[in-house]
Design a protein around this ligand. Structure first.
Ligand code: EPU
Length: 339
């Protein structure tokens, strides 16, 4: 395995910020991954497993350890019945290539997650979700190398403790597991309405009445292209903040004041409020703060236009958080992980 030194992280993260990684190596197989993780641990060196870098923010001082680039490829159908198909996918496969493959198989379950940047192995970490689907809905299990026991393990869906943009991989057990593959159960039945409002609107406009996985994928790709900047053209990390989850009592107070506030009911007496709406209400949509532009089509997304580094991004983030705190008394949380 080649180990490279002093590699600028800005070239490996879609936000295009970040100083040098001391070391960087590619893991093409589960064995290579486990060797790199064990070697780093034995030398007391931090490690970080990087997929597409589309949900990762690096610091100006870089990373004083080893970045392990996830390159494990491969697809295998592990079970098939009349109604479903179970497929194991290497963590280093490109997420959207996988989605495209499921469409070609006429399988449903991840079509609404079309065009999300990044790798398959990153999907469970933040439980990617969009347009009415969450990856946790189709994940059967996650295979990983456990750096605590030095063994390969299979974590069942429930073991991953999936929640809204959360899992053990970014929560309690952050850094413990090196994900090698993800196993999904997809369905041979067509996607069922009700669909996410914007998707249904698109389908209606097209006069679509047969809801194939492909039709949903096409709708999602078109909606995303309209609302979300392409990270290869405009540096960004998708939604920069999570949507806000607040207690029902606070929601009652806010809705009395802001009757048009979009909101979604959640379990446990909570409500989800779109942070993009909160930021927009603060008058920040389209504004540039410290070189970071609040996207004019979705205020949840920050685009790095001319930030000189992490400090600019942090200053923009804090100004936005403070504005939302002052106006709504809500603490908004960053969505991408930090290296
Ligand atoms: N809204 C505004 N102003 C804005 C942005 C949104 O008023 O600037 C309102 C919209 O009008 C709508 C609601 O907020 O009523 C929700 O907006 P949208 O459907 O665009 O979705 P979102 O909440 O901004 C979330 C995900 C996206 C995902 C979309 C679609 C999070 C953090 N983000 O965004 O995921 O694609 O829903 O399902 O949950 C990502 O995580 O990187 C990501 C792009």
């Amino acid at each position: 395995m080649d180990i490279h030194t002093d590699i600028p992280l800005k070239n490996y993260t879609t936000m295009h910020i970040g100083g040098p990684a001391k070391f960087m190596a590619d893991a093409h197989t589960p064995q290579e991954l486990s060797e790199l993780m064990m070697r780093a641990k034995s030398q007391n060196m931090p490690y970080f497993i990087l997929g597409g870098g589309s949900n990762t923010i690096a610091h100006d001082e870089g990373f004083a350890g080893i970045i392990i680039r996830m390159m494990i490829k491969g697809y295998s159908v592990v079970a098939e019945t009349a109604g479903d198909i179970t497929i194991q996918v290497g963590a280093g496969e490109i997420w959207d290539d996988f989605v495209q493959r499921t469409i070609a198989m006429h399988a449903s379950g991840v079509e609404a997650l079309s065009a999300i940047p990044g790798t398959v192995g990153a999907a469970p970490v933040q439980n990617i979700g969009a347009y009415g689907q969450e990856v946790a809905d189709t994940i059967v299990s996650v295979d990983a190398f456990d750096s605590q026991t030095n063994q390969f393990v299979t974590l069942k869906n429930l073991d991953c403790d999936f929640g809204y943009r959360s899992s053990i991989f970014r929560g309690l057990d952050a850094g413990r597991y090196g994900i090698t593959s993800v196993t999904f159960r997809l369905f041979k039945t067509a996607p069922q309405p009700p669909f996410y409002e914007a998707v249904q609107r698109y389908l209606d406009q097209k006069g679509a009445t047969i809801y194939t996985p492909e039709a949903i994928r096409d709708a999602v790709i078109a909606i995303r292209a309209e609302k979300l900047p392409d990270p290869t053209q405009l540096p960004n990390a998708g939604s920069f903040f999570k949507n806000a989850v607040i207690e029902n009592w606070q929601f009652s107070e806010l809705i009395a004041q802001y009757s048009t506030m979009p909101n979604y009911e959640m379990a446990n007496q909570k409500r989800k409020i779109p942070t993009g709406w909160l930021i927009e209400q603060c008058g920040l949509k389209g504004q540039v703060l410290h070189g970071m532009r609040v996207h004019d089509k979705n205020a949840l997304v920050l685009i790095n236009e001319s930030a000189t580094g992490y400090a600019d991004l942090a200053a923009a983030r804090e100004e936005i958080r403070a504005a939302v705190r002052t106006k709504f008394h809500i603490e908004i949380e960053q969505e991408p992980l930090e290296l």
